[in-house]
Design a protein around this ligand. Structure first.
Ligand code: AMP
Ligand code: GLY
Length: 421
């Protein structure tokens, strides 16, 4: 099989790493990729939103399967465009990607399918939204309706904060048109987990669950980020609970999407809150999480490639995805100043030593080839180091031992990924 992966992060590096291990693969391309991915795949300099050029490339190179990493090309319709020329693409159509692209759409699916989620209301009008939060009080959650790169959500501890959020999203248009409407939700309390499944429109196979660390600083302090680390499995979310949430949340969503004429194919990521009343859905994403992908693929025993193809073909029913009975811990290294203003251009040393450590995988994100074969920082999140071990403690030790081999004064990481609470 000839495969084209789309994206340039550590998630896509992990996807390429998993796919490169498949005996079914004959050729792997990645657009646009990064220097780490270039060791596994032929990187082609096409932007992930340049859909017409990506389709042309896939046709010219007889690609059998396209695997988009991020949500942006999916929401922009890459699956529709590939399918229109007869090329399989493992992701939802533009219509089905609204599960992530529109919070209102996702909430309507939840209501129609009786999926447990926070009570919510949508407002197009700022005055009505302000009156609502004044009536409901705090804590309360304010979300821009459209895509805002994960930054359009404010968990307001006070009514004042909620008012400021509505003002910034709806009146100052901080996220542009994504903020022409807001969804205001009940605030859920509990532990957050990410549950991921591969779906073929009708059937779903669990890829596993992981916990993400969203704040930049140790002890969950500081600004929200794309994710600073992850681990799997979760002691408080065993396989039995995963299975229950598959039945309670993922399958009902698939039934409702099919009923709407938008069967969901690809990776469905349910962000869950484990509340005292049971698991409730916070949000759907229509793709792998980053860094959840890195730990889930580090634990995947089955060949991922035929499963991705089967998801496109509606043939997951006969599949089984086996996971290894080991733990994985992924630590993200970011450039100093991330997430606000990462400093780019610093040199990173020791990568080969780190990658050579036993039971360690090193995934590139924002890196660039520097002069004389060096690697320099070229983005906010720059690397993910993933350790595997008999338990979380051992996986964590291995991950941080590898992190300590990396000499990079221009970067930092959290030191508490996978640590006991
Ligand atoms: P999102 O961008 O939708 O992933 O939301 C960002 C973060 O906001 C989530 O990961 C949660 O930590 C938090 N959040 C979103 N909705 C709620 C809610 N209804 N109750 C509590 N926390 C929430
Ligand atoms: N790590 C969370 C996400 O990818 O959305």
């Amino acid at each position: 099989m000839k495969v084209l992966v789309i994206g340039s992060g550590a998630r896509e590096h992990a996807l390429c790493w998993a796919i490169a291990g498949s005996p079914l693969l004959t050729k792997l391309y990645c657009a646009p990729g990064n220097p780490g991915i270039a060791t596994l795949a032929e990187c082609v300099p096409i932007g992930m939103l340049d859909i017409a050029t990506l389709v042309g490339f896939a046709q010219d190179n007889a690609i059998d399967l396209v695997v988009p990493g991020p949500e942006a090309p999916l929401v922009a319709g890459i699956t529709d465009a590939m399918e229109a020329v007869g090329i399989a693409c493992c992701g939802p159509t533009r219509a089905a990607a609204q599960l992530e692209g529109s919070k209102t759409f996702a909430k309507q699916v939840c209501n129609a399918a009786s999926i447990p989620t926070a009570l919510w209301e949508r407002f197009d009008d700022a005055a009505a939204a302000l009156a609502f939060v004044q009536r409901r009080g705090a804590p309360i959650v304010v979300k821009a309706d459209g895509l805002a790169a994960g930054k359009g959500v404010v968990v307001a501890a006070t009514v004042q904060e909620a008012i400021a959020a509505i003002d910034s999203i709806m009146q100052q248009k901080r996220f542009g048109e994504a903020g022409s409407a807001v969804v205001i939700e009940e605030c859920l309390l509990g532990e957050e987990v990410s549950l991921l499944a591969l779906c073929d429109g009708t059937d779903a196979l669990l890829l596993g669950s992981a916990q993400d660390y969203k704040r930049v600083g140790d002890g969950d302090t500081g600004a929200n980020t794309g994710g600073m680390g992850a681990y799997s499995p979760l002691p408080r979310f065993p396989v039995k609970l995963e299975d229950a949430c598959l039945e309670l949340i993922i399958r009902p969503a698939l039934v409702e999407m099919k009923r709407k004429g938008m069967p969901f194919r690809g990776i469905l990521f349910a962000g869950l809150m484990l509340t005292q009343e049971g698991a409730k859905l916070i949000e759907f994403n229509v793709r792998f999480g980053d860094p959840e992908c890195q730990v889930l693929l580090a634990r995947m025993q089955s060949d991922l490639l035929p499963a991705l193809q089967a998801a496109c073909d509606g043939e997951l029913r006969d599949f089984n995805l086996r996971r290894i009975d080991r733990a994985a811990v992924a630590v993200v290294l970011a450039a100093n100043g991330y997430p606000e203003t990462p400093t780019l251009g610093s040199t990173i040393n020791g990568l080969d030593r780190a990658a050579a450590m036993p039971d360690v995988s090193l995934f590139h994100a924002g890196t660039e080839a520097g002069p004389d074969g060096t690697v320099v920082a070229a983005g906010g999140r720059v690397l993910t180091i993933c350790g595997v071990g008999a338990d979380i403690g051992q996986a964590r030790e291995r991950a941080y031992a590898a992190v300590d081999e990396i000499a990079w004064p221009g970067g930092f990481c959290r030191r508490d990924i996978g640590a006991p609470p």
